[in-house]
Design a protein around this ligand. Structure first.
Ligand code: NCD
Length: 308
């Protein structure tokens, strides 16, 4: 297969086919084994611009680590503070400026559609690192890569998705990626944070069980994907207070989980997975972080090089 990622925007997971994801994962398997000498030819002389308008630890630093690991360079900013947006410069001008410097742009913005807008404006490829509660496609890519590595494949798995299904962008991107596989999905959330109707509509044709009890899901799932309540997306703080702390995976819950199941979380966690769970063999969220960096190395290398 010719490299389908070359100079391509990564705005929505829905823009990709299963064969394309498989191609990426096979290349990522290679990158996991490769030393710096070999890898560094893919990014040499290339510049990545980060435009992060929302807080981030992992996504931002893993893109940085990834670009440096393939021999490239990184410029950019976190938060509009300190940029000319404080003087009133528009988002579009900011994007156009960064596009004049960089070979690839990575944007995180609280507005839905921001990444698509950037991709339309920029001549260089744009990667969506999170657009409001809409999408986070590279998180879904690394989630699937992690599942595939740790479970030996994706087809046939039972996947429980637990938490904020309404505002969580990682959930929406993950479900749309899983849709390309033959999996059964169990959705677990407080009633107020049920998946949005239009999101459910996109999953038509997929085996999705709605409003599953947490304990039931924990018992049957091969993959348990937990998310944080997206406090910053609530229209009213009181609404957040009503659901805060309404679910938690602790040592008691872990006793229900299958021996060979894996527990994932895009992180940050803010109480929904107790620290005591870290000692359980099924807890794989930090391994997910580690693998994510390789997935992003591979993605950048494929975007920047026609024949990797
Ligand atoms: C997620 C995000 O930003 O959507 N974080 C991440 O990128 N790993 C999840 C979250 O903030 O809850």
């Amino acid at each position: 297969m010719a490299n389908p990622f070359y100079l391509r925007d990564v705005v929505s997971i829905k823009d990709f086919k299963r064969e394309e994801l498989e191609y990426l994962f096979e290349q990522a398997d290679r990158f996991l084994e490769m030393g710096y000498e070999e890898k560094s030819k893919y990014g040499r002389g290339k510049l990545m611009a980060l435009m992060f308008f929302e807080p981030s630890t992992r996504t931002k630093t893993s893109f940085e680590a990834a670009m440096l690991s393939i021999g490239g360079h990184v410029i950019g900013f976190s938060g509009a503070r300190g940029t000319s947006m404080e003087k009133g410069e528009s988002l579009s001008d900011t994007i156009r400026v960064m596009d004049r410097y960089a070979d690839v742009l990575v944007i995180r913005n609280p507005m839905e559609g921001a990444a698509r807008y950037a991709a339309e404006l920029a001549e260089h490829p744009v990667i969506n690192a999170g657009s409001g509660s809409e999408e986070h496609p590279t998180q879904a890519l690394l989630d699937l890569f992690t599942i595939r590595r740790l479970k030996g494949g994706i087809d046939g798995l039972r996947v429980a998705v637990v938490g904020d299904l309404k505002y969580g962008r990682t959930v929406y991107s993950l479900l749309n990626a899983l849709k390309l596989y033959s999996v059964e999905v169990y959705l677990v959330s407080p009633p107020q944070l049920r998946i949005r109707e239009e999101a459910l509509y996109d999953l038509k044709g997929m085996k999705v069980h709605l409003d599953v009890e947490l304990d039931e899901a924990l018992k049957l799932a091969d993959v348990i994907y937990v998310t944080r309540i997206q406090r910053e997306r609530f229209p009213h703080p009181e609404e957040y207070e009503k659901v805060k702390g309404s679910y938690k995976i602790d040592a008691r819950a872990m006793r229900l989980v299958k021996e060979d199941a894996i527990l994932l979380h895009p992180l940050p966690r803010v109480g929904e997975i107790a620290p005591e769970v870290d000692g359980f063999g099924q807890a794989k969220y930090f391994e997910q972080v580690r693998l994510g960096r390789y997935l992003r190395e591979t993605l950048l290398a494929l975007i920047l090089n026609e024949n990797p």
